[in-house]
Design a binder for this molecule. Structure first.
Ligand SMILES: *Cc1c(COP(=O)(O)O)cnc(C)c1O
Length: 440
């Protein structure tokens, strides 16, 4: 059994997280419940930052907050001196409500609306990561109208695509994101933006994939982007001071996943940039990274209550929990795998194999295909590990199930940071049908 961060098993055989008893948390706040180990989040953030400090480099570590967006996590991110990536007006609004320093917010997205971009100017955010020519035109128009400066990065598709267990390099990448580096789009975007009176071109950005387990892809991307920036300096006399290599650092969901230490990804990345920059006689740029999953993924655990059970003789045993694809769509969407532990009998022998099903009306609503657990009884508290990224943030109200509560735990204390949705919450946007008056 692999435990994460501050997780432990106490003398009662209960799972504890952040020094708090998971079974007690389930009792107090109800289930399903997302529990975040805030100490682990802080440790992950510091590990990335320390590597940059050790290598003596200018940097920003931006939390890619689409992985888990809430006021409270933004406040912890601010405490840890992280920057913040947002991808919508809604995430930006949440960050502002959290009091996040706007000069450290970076705005991403392949179809930002004019209203969203106006909000970015109004809030004087740190940087907009520009995705396409339509956006360049919009930004020029807005910055000139408002007579207001804005830092920008150009997002490019470097022709390096990383996958979980391997990577491929493609000539021309088929992606909805960014300017193609190879076919001249990136050069055209450069020419349209550098030296603009309000838009300040800071450099290039790429994001080569997610749940990546080696450093080769990042190194290839770094080579290409530094090469491009150094060519521009030679050709146009304009130096881009920032290189943003995105996120995608892998985490351990199950024993099949063998991620590197965060420090290793960053160290190899930095060394490549140093080498390539020196060879091209290009002044070392600042490096920015954007971890999402690797900051919050294994810090999150979901607690469920076990309910009904069904045996298909000779085939399998189903155990259903009180949540499912409405709070974690990843298994149904990508076949994502998770591990679990019976939180109220964490030391009991795993003598049985169950398929953990959700309670939503879809046959594919299964959280874990093969879970090795002790004999389950209704009322048991099942913990599913590593649900901190793309769980709550992708949650839905399918079947009109309210989204779970979220609790932060640290140093033996727990606090509610997102309230559970009630039935009343579910109808707050509904309006009654107005019956037509007869005879009119
Ligand atoms: C999603 C995303 C990230 C974060 O990816 P993780 O796999 O969660 O680390 C970073 N940058 C960009 C541009 C993204 O779209």
């Amino acid at each position: 059994m692999h435990l994460y961060g501050t997780q432990a098993i106490d003398e009662q055989g209960h799972l504890t997280i952040g020094g708090t008893d998971a079974v007690e948390l389930a009792k107090e706040y109800g289930t399903p419940l997302f529990v975040y180990d805030i100490q682990l989040f802080r440790e992950r953030a510091k590990a990335f930052q320390k590597t940059f400090e050790d290598e003596g480099l200018g940097y920003q570590v931006a939390y890619a907050s689409k992985a888990f967006s809430s006021i409270a996590i933004y406040q912890v991110a601010a405490e840890e001196n992280l920057s913040l990536d947002v991808v919508s007006g809604g995430e930006l609004y949440t960050a502002i409500q959290a009091g996040f320093p706007t000069e450290k917010i970076h705005f991403h997205g392949n179809n930002k609306s004019e209203a969203e971009l106006r909000m970015a100017f109004e809030e004087k955010i740190g940087c907009i990561v520009v995705d396409n020519f339509y956006e360049i035109d919009l930004l020029k128009k807005l910055s000139e109208e408002l007579e207001q400066p804005m830092n920008i990065l150009l997002r490019v598709t470097p022709g390096v695509e990383a996958h979980t267990h391997d990577y491929i390099t493609t000539g021309q990448e088929d992606s909805k994101f960014g300017f193609d580096l190879k076919n001249g789009q990136a050069d055209k975007a450069f020419k349209q933006t550098y030296g603009h009176s309000f838009l300040k071109l800071m450099g290039l950005h790429c994001h080569i994939g997610s749940q990546i387990f080696d450093t080769t892809g990042f190194q290839l991307a770094a080579e290409k982007l530094v090469g491009k920036m150094s060519n521009w300096e030679k050709d146009y006399g304009y130096r881009c001071p920032v290189l943003n290599l995105g996120g995608g650092f892998g985490i351990r969901y199950t024993e099949e996943d063998q991620p590197l230490e965060p420090a290793i990804y960053v160290r190899d990345m930095i060394r490549t940039v140093k080498k390539v920059s020196a060879a091209a006689d290009f002044q070392l740029p600042e490096i920015w990274i954007e971890p999402g999953r690797s900051l919050v993924g294994d810090a999150g655990t979901t607690l469920y209550t076990v309910g009904s059970m069904k045996e298909v003789p000779g085939l399998r045993k189903y155990a259903a929990v009180d949540g499912g694809m409405s709070d974690n769509i990843r298994p149904a969407l990508y076949g994502a795998k998770y591990t679990s532990l019976l939180a109220n009998k964490a030391n009991a022998k795993a003598s049985e194999q169950y398929t953990i099903a959700g309670k939503l009306c879809e046959s594919g609503d299964k959280l874990i295909e093969e879970a090795h657990l002790p004999t389950l009884e209704a009322g048991d508290i099942l913990s599913v590990f590593c649900t901190g990224a793309y769980g709550y943030s992708m949650a839905s109200n399918y079947n009109r199930i309210g989204r779970p509560a979220v609790v932060f735990v640290e140093n033996g204390e727990h606090q509610l940071v997102v309230r559970r949705e009630t039935n009343e919450d579910l109808i707050t946007h509904d309006m009654s049908y107005q019956q037509k008056v007869k005879g009119k």
